[in-house]
Ligand binder design. Sequence first.
Ligand SMILES: *Cc1c(COP(=O)(O)O)cnc(C)c1O
Length: 414
Amino acid sequence: MKKKTFVTLEQLREIDKTIPTPYHLYDEQAIRENARRVNEAFSWNPGFKEYFAVKATPNPTIMRILHEEGCGMDCSSLTELMLCDRVDIRGEDIMFSSNDTPMEDFQLAEKLGAIINLDDITHIQCLLDAIGYIPEKISCRYNPGGNFEISNTIMDTPGEAKYGMTKAQIIQAAKILKERGAKEMGIHAFLASNTTTNDYYPTLARQLFSLAVEIQQDTGMPVTFINLSGGVGIPYRPDQEPADIYKIGEGVHQAYDEVLGHAGMTNVKLCTEMGRFMLGPYGCLVTKAIHEKHTHKEYIGVDACACNLMRPAMYGAYHHITVAGKEDEICDHMYDITGSLCENNDKFAINRMLPRIDRGDFLIIHDTGAHGHAMGYNYNGKLRSAEVLLQPDGTAKLIRRAETPEDYFATLDF
Ligand SMILES: *Cc1c(COP(=O)(O)O)cnc(C)c1O
């Protein structure tokens, strides 16, 4: 299967007149349509809400678009909470799912009226110390330990993960929270990342639904919402099947009817905290070929580097690359596509077959909409790039300017 880009060479040339490469570009129409599909896939559950994982793409314009489509925001830090406040997103439109949480983060979460999701049983006392009471609506994060398996395939190893409480702890936490004034609770778990099977959410949901029944029966604490968190993946490679959110929604629905329906708990609301699935495919990194080098290998040097997109250097992650305007040309050249960092892992692609690339060509690095710009950094004195929104009418809007050397120097004492 061929991976399509959402921007044409003509549009890139137009943007280039005012915004220099590299920059991350987002497709507003596609973001909205995907968010609508998510909401439709779970519309059988009244009260369903997707809380977009802000860390994936912490940009006010993106957050507003998703909020307009009915999404809340999932925050994990003080600054992400402040960002929501500045975008006028507050109250139960914020899920605060943090870990190793500083006091002041709990305080701001409470002040904004966010739903607080506790990572550990000891955080009950921390929250009491921070805000002086236990909110009536509260959430706890669960970690079953061991391996997370779907039909005998190990998907991930929660037993090695620092997050969440054991089963005994979460049941104990429910009792304590009830004694301290909580009236209802939610449970949350994130057990596998970037999953490409449609069975991840249904399998996770079944575990959480059973746990919810057990907690409610054992402790009398009403479990009123269940948070499937993030982890739904996207097809980074052209030969991968995309997850089918409708099938996922149906699979969760079936587990809901079987487990919660059977226990008479049919008022439980569902939520998700997807980041990658909401934004990943709807953003790309646009960069220009500025050098070609013929040594022991064939290199194309581009004006972006790992500071703009860390995933290939950090995880060896595959990101598809399209040469704008050469979509239909034969891929008969093998290249390493490199950035300029003094690190030999600064390569967006290794031994990649692409059409012949000329200096000045625009390279589109796909699927950078989530955990792309957000993971950027300043190593080698590199400045964080701009973010640009491709609007439904085809025009581009700058939604974050690129850093300047003045930004880089702003924290220094000369
Ligand atoms: C990172 C994260 C998410 C989002 O994960 P995706 O893989 O982007 O869907 C959601 N919730 C929590 C608590 C996270 O840490």
